[in-house]
Design a binder for this molecule. Structure first.
Ligand code: UD1
Length: 421
């Protein structure tokens, strides 16, 4: 089994270029099914979730071509089936977007329930609520979701989400794109990747307004034509490198970012003692590695992202004083990594949805296991700060979401490599 071997203690210096956003890519690529023709998507990250998704799309009949510059062309003129391979669908979380796109274009979908990171119970009832509001019959079991037109057919509708859900917002946008009439999503999520999906679809001929606010309107169009679109940079990948520099110390220019998307993260790192300088599409971070405690509460965008909870927690473990970290999106997320950090000498007490983190001057290397993608990223940062050698197992989780991580970290001077055991 492959694992990371990390020798901690070297400050990070140089520059790193951020890849296209995973959570935008995993929606935009299946959205190509809505186009009866060819589109080109640029800045697609080469990560395992994207590779699985492209395999699912090819299997359905989409003609997929990848180029070395990170762009992908997808031709969805002929789709052979509305039943994506259950084996492949179960390998990733975002395969639920196939429900929305197949329903919109073909009026039916037969999709196995998704897999992916199970750091919490992750229901899809709000996606289903949206499909039903649009007129779909939903046959749902523990294994699959089958969608077909209800007796009044499929059409635009008003959907008021009971919880702010990224996945449900994107799935309903996609499902409504080709349906007659207007759909209004109330209490929509506002994450940058939602705006990115809407921009992609509008570039292809859709009529979507309000993305980035909590009310999104989709006026159904008959068809989408092709076009070219570039995915935004990954907010969480950028945040992970920023957190690493803050905790380990160093001076790094993080390139290909949208600084506005990063404010919720950079403001906290500044509060903890790092120095941040914003440029048009880059952020420079300098840190001595001597951080002070802070309070963080995760919230949907523009709040502090739950996907950065584990990485900021590592910063807190080496900060001076007692920090409070409250998780408001996925309450059980702490269990994916806090025990592992404790094995490295961190002092973390979990009290309901809050972790109380008492900083220690330095973590110590240990053998730890990644239990999900962001937990894995956090353990890497912990290993980079620690005295001695850290081994991180289950690296396939990290490969789901970080493009060329070893190459990028090594270029910054990190002592990290993959070993086979
Ligand atoms: C997406 C991201 C994930 C991130 C999360 C929150 C992708 C592929 N994944 O996941 O990285 O951690 O947003 O920013 O984009 N909920 C329901 N019913 C639903 C849907 C969600 O109760 O039908 C709840 C969830 O349990 C959670 C909250 O709503 O408590 C937010 O979940 P959601 O935004 O849907 O997360 P995902 O789209 O699964």
């Amino acid at each position: 089994m492959a694992r990371y071997e990390i020798h901690g203690g070297t400050p990070l210096r140089g520059s790193v270029t951020i890849s296209g956003a995973k959570n935008a890519a995993v929606a935009i690529l299946p959205a190509a099914i809505l186009i009866e023709g060819k589109c080109r998507v640029e800045n697609v990250p080469d990560i395992s979730d994207v590779r699985i998704l492209l395999e699912i799309l090819s299997d359905l009949g989409v003609v997929v071509e990848r180029f070395p510059d990170g762009s992908v062309t997808l031709d969805s003129t002929v789709i052979r089936s509305t039943r994506p391979s259950p084996e492949l669908v179960k390998k990733m979380r975002a395969s639920y977007y196939l429900m929305g796109v197949l329903l919109s274009r073909f009026g039916e979908a037969d999709v196995a329930l998704p897999g992916g990171c199970n750091f919490a119970s992750r229901p899809i009832d709000q996606h289903i609520k949206g499909f039903k509001a649009l007129g779909a019959n939903v046959d749902e079991t523990e294994e699959y979701v089958r969608l077909s037109p209800g007796e009044n057919g499929l059409q635009g509708a008003r959907v008021n989400l009971d919880v702010v859900s990224v996945g449900a917002t994107m799935n309903i946008i996609m499902a409504a794109t080709l349906l007659p009439g207007q759909t209004v999503i109330e209490n929509a999520a506002k994450e940058p990747h939602i705006v990115d999906l809407a921009n992609f679809l509008n570039t292809m001929g859709a009529n979507i307004s309000g993305a980035g606010t909590d009310t999104i309107k989709i006026r159904g169009v008959e068809k989408l034509s092709g076009g070219t679109y570039a995915i935004i940079p990954d907010q969480i990948e950028a945040g992970t490198y920023l957190a690493a520099v803050a905790a380990v110390g160093g001076d790094v220019l993080v390139k290909n970012v949208i600084p506005k998307h990063m404010e919720c993260i950079t403001s906290k790192l500044q509060e903890m003692g790092a120095t941040i300088e914003n440029f048009d599409d880059a952020i420079r971070i300098t840190s001595t590695g001597n951080l002070t405690c802070t309070t963080v509460k995760t919230r949907p965008y523009p709040g502090f992202p739950t996907d950065m909870q584990a990485q900021i927690c590592v910063c807190m473990t080496v900060a001076d004083g007692v920090s409070n970290l409250t998780e408001n999106v996925y309450e059980t997320r702490f269990f994916g990594y806090c025990n592992e950090l404790a094995a490295m000498g961190a002092d973390i007490q979990i009290n309901g949805k809050t972790a109380i983190v008492t900083g220690t001057p330095r973590l110590s290397g240990a053998s730890v296991t990644a239990k999900d993608l962001r937990a894995g990223a956090a353990l890497i940062i912990a290993g980079l700060t620690a005295r001695g050698t850290t081994y991180v197992d289950n690296i396939h989780y990290v490969e789901r979401g970080y493009e060329r991580l070893i190459e990028k970290m090594t270029a910054l001077g990190a002592d990290i490599r993959v070993i086979e055991e």
